[in-house]
Design a protein around this ligand. Structure first.
Ligand code: G3P
Length: 217
């Protein structure tokens, strides 16, 4: 299972990278704005900075919603670095663009996916990753993890290569449940990764080991 961090915060990206378990980064316009990164040039420069920190795949989202605009923007983003994955929304022109990118060797992440049908379409178009937003489904009383399970079943039925990137992961249990279901990737905040570390019995056990060591010295 790949671990991506879902942020544009460079300190947090560095921290996750230093932990040694990071496989990539996902960003979106909201996450960029949260860090105060606005305007095309600043956003492009920020992607370049992220590429310097991380060795894995970095999703960079297009803003255009028409086919020609998505192609132009996606091609520009892909040229920035070979780690860039062009993130395209699940809309009609987006699906057409994903097909074009897939036929022309540009990797894509189909974003804003909320149903199994959308995920099937993304795979048919040749998306490298599909991003079902599980937290946002949970927010509206719909089981986000069930969507991951449905997509896993469908992709396995037909051997689709598209990787399931569980997105809108909010906490550590989402990560564990996605791993059980077989999501290829999860993207979440640093806290969702660091939460995996914690167990009170680890802390109590370590404290005792260190205390016992001191007794003998
Ligand atoms: O990966 C998608 C993500 O950025 C959305 O997360 O928490 O805003 O639903 P959230």
């Amino acid at each position: 299972m790949k671990f991506f961090i879902d942020t544009a915060n460079l300190d947090q990206i560095k921290e996750a990278q230093d932990l040694g378990v990071l496989d990539g980064v996902t960003t979106n316009p909201s996450l960029m704005a949260k860090e105060g990164i606005t305007g095309k040039e600043n956003i492009i420069n920020h992607y370049k900075k992220i590429c310097e920190i991380v060795t894995g795949d970095i999703s960079a989202e297009v803003i255009s919603t028409d086919y020609d605009g998505i192609l132009k923007e996606g091609q520009e983003l892909a040229k920035l670095h070979d780690q860039i994955i062009v993130k395209v929304p699940m809309i009609k022109d987006g699906v057409k663009a994903i097909k074009y990118f897939s036929d022309n060797g540009i990797k894509t992440n189909c974003t804003l996916v909320f149903s199994a049908g959308q995920a099937l379409l993304a795979a048919k178009a040749g998306a490298t990753y599909v991003s079902p937003f599980i937290g946002r489904l949970d927010d509206i009383s719909t089981d986000g993890l069930n969507l991951i399970a449905e997509i896993r079943l469908i992709y396995d039925n037909y051997g689709f290569d598209t990787q399931i990137l569980a997105a809108s992961v909010r906490h550590t249990m989402h990560v564990i449940d996605c791993a059980k279901i077989g999501a290829d990737v999860m993207t979440g905040p640093l806290s969702s990764i660091e939460g995996l570390l914690r167990h009170p019995l680890t802390d109590i056990g370590l404290e005792k080991f260190l205390a016992d060591y001191k007794k003998g010295n």
